[in-house]
Structure formats: C-alpha cells, structure tokens
Design a protein around this ligand. Structure first.
Ligand SMILES: Nc1nc2c(ncn2[C@@H]2O[C@H](COP(=O)(O)OP(=O)(O)OP(=O)(O)O)[C@@H](O)[C@H]2O)c(=O)[nH]1
Ligand SMILES: [Mg+2]
Length: 298
C-alpha cells in the first residue's frame, strides 16, 4: 500500500441548477448523476467515487438548496444540509457572474458552523461575463474564508484538475474507503429509475416533471436481454395525458431515450415497458415518500 495514498469525503452543495451533478460526473469521469436544465433534478444524496493515481475522493452529490413548498422539498433540503456532516471538505458550487444569494449564505453558515473547510467552485465560466466574476469573488470572500476559489466549467471540462488538486490538499492520508470498481452507492435498479426521471425532466415542460417519481416494478434478466417494467407516478390526473402525449408519443420518446442509456449501463438489450399512474399529491404524503425512497424514516 502506498503510504502517501489520500482518501476522503467531499460534499458538493449549492443552489439548484448550478451544475453540481454535472461537476460530479465530470470529476468522476462517469455518468452517475442525472442532469437537466430544470432546477431540483437531484432529489437525494448520492456518493460517487473519483479514483485516481494515489487517491480516492468520495463525493456526495446533493439536492439543490431551495425554499421548499412540499414535504419532498423539505427532505431534499435536509439531505443537503446533512451531507456535510463529517466530511473532509465541502465544495460550494455557484454560477459565475451572479450575485451572492441568501441561500448560499445559509449554506455557508451551516458548513462553517461545523468547522468544515469550504472550496468555492465558480461554475459555468464558459457562459459568464468575465467582468462580473471579480466582484462576485470579492463578495464571497467577504463572507467566508475559503480554502480555495476555483473558476471551472463542468460542462466543458475547464480547470477541473485545479479543483481536484485543491480538494486533494484537504484529504487525509489513508487507504481507500471503497473498492475501485464501485462508481456510486446506487443499485442498478435505482440508476435505471433515475435515467427515466432524467428523460421526463428533459422532454416534458412546465410543472409536470417536478411532480413525477419513477419506480421499477420488475427487472428480469434473460439471455442478452433485460426486461424492465416501470411506473411513472404523477401527482395530478391532468398530468397523466401530458406524460403520455398524443397517440402515446411523449411516453414513447421518454422510453426510447431511457432505453438507450439503460442499454449502455447494463450492456444488454433492454425491453422497457412504462406505465403512468396518478398518486395524488404524493410529494406531501409520508407513505408515498417512504415507498419512493424520499424519506429517512423506516
Ligand atoms: N454552460 C454551462 N452549463 C452547465 C455547466 N455545468 C452545468 N451546466 C448546465 O446546467 C444545468 C443544470 O445542471 P445540473 O448538473 O443538473 O445542476 P445541479 O446543480 O445538479 O441541479 P439540481 O440537481 O437541480 O440541484 C444543465 O442544463 C447543465 O447542462 C457549465 O459548466 N457550463
Ligand atoms: Mg443535481
């Protein structure tokens, strides 16, 4: 064992849609987290491993911190807040060129109250106005003593090794926590559910995607083929025809994009069957939240 091997935990936190999941995929070099242009894509914490020469960084992808209007939203915020407990560093991701948001001040208060070092990752530099970045960095430096401030582009892969170097400075020496063939703490079934939800978020508009959840009912492996049957839950009866679409076209598109990703993940052909069911106001129902995996209560 290399006596200089470094290994530790880093939680990636921030407002919704700033690019936390994109950054984690880029740093770990794998598509483990789902990404969409809609806020509140990530719903629960996920560990994702970055294994490299002489190190292992265990990242936590977290839901974007927002002002919740449902019990699901409250669960998401609590998950994000808890993600920094006991980690070696937090990475606050913000959008380049923007103001300092109250939510970001609150995240920083939570992290610094636990004496966790914070790195500021200023993301989306590829689309930002460079003149707006200096005042932003000054404003952030005024409210927190960051271990480092690193401008990056998660989408274009810009400056990611500099960010990793700064994270590694805060990682303790010690052996890896996980075997190096584990990409994330999710089962294949959970990954497939997330793939379907990603396609819903990407292909459907307005408030409908935010009120959906996906549950795989059956997953059966046969010779070179995996049969998957999944239910898409929506929270209002009016949403069901929108998800299905005219002549079932919308659901067909969700299914065929999801199938493509699942075939890559499973390395088999996939036969995917999708059902749409209404589960009224499920985002505020404790039993539904528990059954769909959005709860800490057993
Ligand atoms: N131009 C640009 N877009 C980016 C960059 N990083 C992420 N995005 C885009 O920003 C959007 C949100 O990305 P996500 O990674 O889902 O953001 P998130 O912070 O995980 O969002 P939540 O899970 O909702 O909290 C997507 O459309 C990404 O493609 C970047 O460096 N540059
Ligand atoms: Mg995310």
């Amino acid at each position: 064992m290399d006596s200089n091997f470094k290994s530790g935990f880093a939680a990636v936190v921030g407002r919704p849609n700033v690019g936390k999941s994109t950054l984690i995929n880029a740093l770990t070099g794998q598509k483990v987290a789902i990404v969409s242009s809609k806020p509140q894509t990530t719903r629960s914490n996920m560990l994702a491993m970055d294994n490299g020469e002489g190190y292992q960084i265990v990242f936590t992808d977290t839901p974007g911190v927002h002002r919740p209007r449902t019990d699901l939203g409250r669960f998401m915020n609590e998950s994000a807040a808890r993600s920094v407990d006991g980690v070696d560093c937090a990475v606050l991701v913000v959008e380049a060129g923007k103001e300092v948001y109250d939510l970001e001040r609150e995240i920083l208060e939570n992290v610094t109250s636990k004496s966790i070092p914070v790195i500021l990752a200023i993301n989306k530099t590829d689309i930002a106005n460079k003149e707006d970045m200096l005042p932003q960095i000054e404003a952030f430096s005024g409210i927190c003593d960051f271990a480092a401030v690193v401008p990056v582009s998660a989408k274009r892969g810009g400056n990611l090794s500099a960010l990793r170097e700064e994270i590694l400075k805060l990682m303790p020496v010690g052996p890896a926590f996980y075997p190096d063939d584990i990409a994330a703490d999710r089962t294949v079934r959970q990954m497939c559910e997330e793939i379907i939800r990603e396609k819903i978020l990407r292909l459907l508009d307005k408030e409908v995607p935010h009120g959906t959840a996906v549950e795989i009912e059956e997953m059966k492996e046969e010779e070179g083929l995996t049969r998957i049957s999944a239910v898409i839950y929506c929270e209002k009866s009016g949403h069901k025809p929108i998800i299905i679409g005219k002549n079932g076209e919308s659901l067909k598109r969700i299914g065929s994009y999801a199938r493509e990703d699942m075939e890559k993940l499973l390395e088999t052909k996939v036969f995917l069957k999708l059902w749409v069911k209404v589960r009224a106001d499920w985002r505020n129902k404790p039993t539904a939240l528990r059954e769909l995996g959005y709860s800490d209560k057993e």
